[in-house]
Design a protein around this ligand. Structure first.
Ligand code: XMP
Length: 317
């Protein structure tokens, strides 16, 4: 019988034997999988696990600081790297979704490679790959797939010469969560909604600028905090706010405004392959809309996405 406790016990023992005194580098994303993989590895090899957490400037409001803080509290040997400007520079002038994804993947690899380089004699790359990622390895999505798609390019980054250790690659998502619970990882990390690697860049339609990121972070924080305080965050599979590439006319006091529009997106799903839009209560939507329009400068209209997947996707890009 599979239990999380016995999985932890046998996996940690297996990792100890496999890794011995070797060093491992691992990129943390703030998500469930990389966090659980890191804690397992940490149990096995302690300070020989070198975690790297990159601020790509495309995370949710305050996410970088708060997640980095939780990692440190968990005792992980983690290095945070502020690479915001490198990502913004790479995104300048790009508006096509795949071009944006490629630029982000490229810069991530550069930043990660630089940091991995500084770990002397590192032998392994740790990854939070889970079983569905293994099956879907042909997909263009996900950090591990991004790395794979660079495989044929030549001039491989140094960390790709490392051996790969993936302690979660036989598990499904719910099992990863159970393992995380057994490792006493906080609900704040285990319960979080999935968040795409390219982050807010694919929720800002068209060109990404730091100004748009700042506006979107504010609106998104209002949305997510309201889901939490209304007690529906855990019932929603994934939620986020989309910055639309249009402006619309509004009125504030006696003034005509001509500002941006955001769309709220909240879906129910099991695995992200199909999804239904959430029937959030009208009162909650009204409260969120008012709060956003009254508090976020630059937004004068909020819409709600009522499309299911298929034929729509969860993300807009
Ligand atoms: P779609 O938009 O395809 O999204 O319905 C399905 C799930 O995948 C996430 N997603 C991504 N995750 N890199 C990622 O790591 C990506 O480029 C990417 N695109 C979409 C999305 O957030 C949803 O959970």
């Amino acid at each position: 019988d599979w239990t999380a406790d016995s999985f932890v016990e046998t996996t940690v023992a297996g990792l100890k034997e496999k890794l011995g005194d070797d060093k491992v580098v691992l990129g943390l994303s703030g998500g469930v999988d990389s966090s659980v993989a890191a804690v397992l590895l940490h149990h096995a090899i302690g300070k020989n696990l070198y975690c790297i957490f990159v601020d790509n400037g495309l995370l949710r409001k305050n996410e970088y600081e708060s997640v980095l803080d939780s990692y440190k509290h968990m005792g992980l040997n983690v290095r945070g790297i502020d690479a915001k400007q490198r990502f913004y520079d790479a995104l300048k002038g790009l508006s096509e979704p795949e071009a944006k994804r490629k630029a982000i993947g490229r810069v991530f690899i550069e930043v990660f490679d630089d940091a991995a380089h500084e770990v002397k004699d590192v032998k392994w790359l740790g990854q939070g790959t889970i079983y569905p990622d293994v099956i879907e390895s042909l997909s263009v999505k996900g950090p591990s797939a991004t790395i794979k798609s660079h495989h044929n390019v030549g001039g491989l980054p140094d960390f790709m010469k490392l051996k790969v250790v993936e302690p979660l690659n036989t598990l499904f998502k719910d099992e990863v969560r159970r393992v995380g619970k057994s490792l006493h990882i906080s609900d704040n990390i285990l319960g979080r909604h999935p968040f795409p690697g390219p982050g807010l860049a694919i929720r800002i339609l068209g060109e990404v600028t730091p100004e748009k990121v700042a506006i979107l972070q504010e609106a998104d924080a209002i949305f997510i905090n309201n889901l939490r305080s209304a007690g529906v965050y855990d019932k929603v599979w994934q939620a986020g706010t989309i910055f639309l590439p249009v402006q619309s006319v509004g009125v504030m006091g006696d003034e005509r405004t001509y500002e941006h529009v955001v769309s709220l997106r909240a879906v129910e799903s099991v695995d992200g392959m199909t999804a239904d839009w959430c029937h959030l209560p009208y009162e909650l939507l009204a409260k969120i809309s008012n709060e956003i329009i009254n508090n976020v400068k630059g937004i004068n209209r909020v819409v709600y996405d009522i499309s299911s997947k298929p034929p729509a996707t969860i993300e807009w890009e």
